[in-house]
Design a protein around this ligand. Structure first.
Ligand code: PMP
Length: 433
């Protein structure tokens, strides 16, 4: 690290010790721990714009952005103002509100395939519920998913999943009865031939094919040009429902998500993260004839005490309203492109093999020659090298995901000066490898 003094982290260390006494692994979600990169997580006390501040007073340029939601940066003024006002009106009623209608309309307008929308409190819950209704609608049980995609932590979706399971090397999760996973089939991402074969063979058993239209949980892996169109055709031909899990890509790569970007209409869509503006939210929706099966319209039961929570919905509406402003996505694209290009140059100069992927402000950088097109190729990455890079960046005030197999995000709060600072940090970090 040259002549740089190491950051002070004593307060984070003390807090982590206390946390480990009381919370499994010291964290409330495994991806927050620095398990695969080593070292100890920084405890955050506040965040503003593009920056995180930890308990020891260190500041970081944040590229995790709470794993995606904070597309306007942290504590954006319009969201904070709306939330402050909303909190005074009460924080939960357990009865319907106009706010929910407004958010549902905004979602429907942005993603017209979502004719009807149900709000829930997490992405996990949304996926679970969408699959339940898909099974009820088709009267079949099978689910086809793709290796390295993550769809939340419900029992039958943990098989060969991305995100923390990929990071920690958990191919199968203890505590999940094999009876629960026997209906889950997994094929490699972007592998059309295998997907087509399985879909044709299992056509009578499959309720749905669920996919991240842009994979973001094994690092960022964009779909091959024919992948999503072919999935659409194949599923339609066999009356199998196509579910897009846009928890990350929704309102991230474009206002209307990946389905708008690629012009593909799924039967059902999952949203989360951005539509809650940093508060706990998930949503699922799609064709009215399917969604009308959900209680109380139909017999498929799904409920939630805090579903459509007025604070979460307020934050979502305020966030989407900002995102509708002209030029937001072109600015994100421009900044992300600049960062990616300069990072690529820095790697080349340092003689480090780096395979970069990107769709808008969803960015990946794998320590491998590539190409990375699926989990098998993502896994080729030199994770020890990533760990070194991660810590070198952290020391230089840049907060990346503590795993090779996660996405990096940019917010509208990141300035060209932040990007320049990040590139400088990367140049020196890459040289240090
Ligand atoms: N689907 C995808 C594509 C995700 O990225 C995530 C979370 N990162 C989920 C589902 C689960 O969402 P949650 O963490 O809100 O349960």
């Amino acid at each position: 690290l040259g002549c740089r003094a190491l950051m002070k982290t004593t307060k984070s260390q003390t807090l982590f010790e206390a946390a480990q006494q009381l919370i499994p692994g010291g964290v409330n979600s495994p991806v927050r721990a620095f398990r695969s990169v080593g070292g100890q997580p920084r405890f955050i006390v506040r965040a503003k714009g593009a920056y995180l501040y930890d308990a020891d007073g260190n500041r970081y340029i944040d590229y995790v952005l709470s794993w995606g939601p904070m597309i306007l940066g942290h504590a954006p003024r319009p969201v904070v103002v709306a939330l402050t006002r909303a909190a005074k009106q009460g924080t939960s009623y357990g009865a319907p509100t106009e706010l929910e209608v407004r958010l549902a309309r905004m979602i429907h307008d942005a993603l017209p395939s979502m004719e009807k929308v149900r709000l829930v409190s997490s992405g996990t819950e949304a996926v679970m519920s969408a699959i339940r209704v898909a099974r009820a609608f088709t009267k079949r049980d099978g689910v086809l998913k793709f290796e390295g995609c993550y769809h939340g932590h419900s029992d039958y979706l943990l098989a060969k999943a991305g995100s923390g399971l990929a990071t920690l090397g958990i191919p199968e999760c203890p505590g999940v009865p094999s009876d629960f996973t026997k209906h889950t089939l997994t094929v490699p991402y972007n592998d059309l031939r295998t997907a087509a074969q399985v879909i044709r063979q299992q056509a009578k058993q499959l309720a749905c094919v669920i996919v991240e239209p842009i994979a973001g949980n094994m690092g960022v892996v964009p779909p091959a040009p024919d992948f999503l169109p072919a999935l659409r055709e194949l599923t339609r031909a066999h009356d199998i429902l196509l579910i897009f899990d846009e928890v990350i890509s929704g309102f991230r790569v474009q206002y209307g998500g990946a389905q708008t970007l690629y012009g593909i209409k799924p039967d059902l869509t999952i949203l989360g993260k951005i539509i809650g503006g940093g508060l706990p939210v998930g949503a699922y929706g799609g064709r009215a004839d399917i969604m009308n099966l959900i209680a109380p319209a139909g017999p498929v039961y799904q409920a939630g005490t805090l579903s459509g929570n007025p604070l979460a919905v307020t934050a979502g509406i305020a966030t989407l309203t900002e995102l509708k402003t002209r030029g937001v996505y072109s600015k994100l694209e421009k900044q992300a492109a600049a960062l990616a290009a300069q990072l690529g140059e820095a790697a080349k100069k340092a003689g480090v093999e780096l395979y970069q992927t990107r769709v808008g402000s969803m960015m990946g950088a794998f320590f491998t020659r590539g190409p990375v097109v699926d989990w098998a190729t993502a896994k080729q990455s030199d994770t020890a090298r990533y760990a070194k890079f991660f810590h070198a960046m952290l020391e230089r005030g840049v907060y990346l995901a503590p795993s090779q197999f996660e996405a990096a995000f940019i917010s509208t709060a990141h300035t060209p000066a932040d990007i320049t600072k990040t590139v400088k940090a990367a140049q020196s970090a890459l040289r240090s490898l």
